[in-house]
Design a protein around this ligand. Sequence first.
Ligand code: 7TS
Length: 403
Amino acid sequence: MPDYKKDFPLLVKEPTIYLDNAATSQKPECVLEAEKGFYVNHNANPLRGFYPLSMEATDIYENARKKVQQFINAKSEREIIFTRNTTESINLVAYSYGLSNIKKGDEIVVSIMEHHSNMLPWQMVARNTGAELKYLECEADGSVSEETIEKVITDKTKLVACGHVSNVLGRVNPIDKIIKRAHDYGAVVVIDAAQSAPHMGIDVSAMDADFLAFSGHKMFGPMGIGVLYGKEKLLNAMPPFLTGGEMIESVTREGAKYAELPHKFEAGTVNAAGAAGLAAAIDFIEKIGFDVMEEREAALTAMAMEGLKAIPHVKILGSENPSEHTGIITFVIDDVHPHDVSAILEADGIDVRAGHHCAQPLLAHLGVRSATRASIMYYNTEEEIKALIDSAATVRKRMGYGE
Ligand code: 7TS
């Protein structure tokens, strides 16, 4: 197997076994160089000056937008808004689209699997408009049945918010069915692709999503740059989210004429260095190939699940089938708090996540207060997975239980 870690300076330098990739991925050298290269060679405020340096900065920023457009197969660059992260992208839709299009008597449907970032903004919209919030429930294995979709999405539904892949269960949601049902009733759909964008190709045109959000930092890019895709027709009709510089055509004492898309939604100085880093991350993904990444991740996930399942008192949340986990394995160990589990794994040099994973309603739905999560990226190795299994197998003993 090729040494995939060699592209990642931190993984070369640190002996740590990094299995918290769903929180943020490590960054390859080319991304670090692209971000640094912006400041070293092209630093000026983009979209403002007419001198060469500023125009170079603008080109880098706008070329990154083109790259994102192609990466997710959007029809136009005007449909790609740069934000700070998934959370900001979803809040933009909630404040701008939600508050101006949803009213009392309408229903908003949110899947119970959502990260708080794709749940709290809709609770806010419901509170502020008087609309009713309904939850799309899932089964214990994370599946969502067609009957559930048909029951909860009705002619009263105005907006559906759903994750592409759950950050706890790792399962790919039936978003084609959800989008089709929502569109049959004229509702718009917001897809949270934070956990899918790093692992699989996304085609917003084929998917027919109305809005789709993801973060650069989970897909090898820098922190502080995220994306909101929105259909041009919808974005055009929406009021700005934030106002101020950069997002205007002209301003008078009385008011302002806003800039055209996409700049209408990008108030203030933009994160051009972050955009350059994200563009480099997309090039990097395309060089390695999602097919190669998916194959590695599937093999490592299967190995981890098989090993963990064989340990007495360990229970994995979600599907039994490793191919339905997108590299995410969330588990509980009887009688041991996940914080203790993660502290023991940490003592063996393994970085995992413990807690509620910003998905408290999902954990409550599954009857679990908190859990430990290992999340895999293609650069992890069999030896690391073996270390995870071996360490997990000792947890109960090290906590003083017989077995
Ligand atoms: N949506 C999903 C599905 C996520 O997994 C996360 C972050 C977010 C939204 C928010 O992304 P941000 O970039 O705006 O912060 N998930 C995690 C996690 O699982 N552990 O740490 C962050």
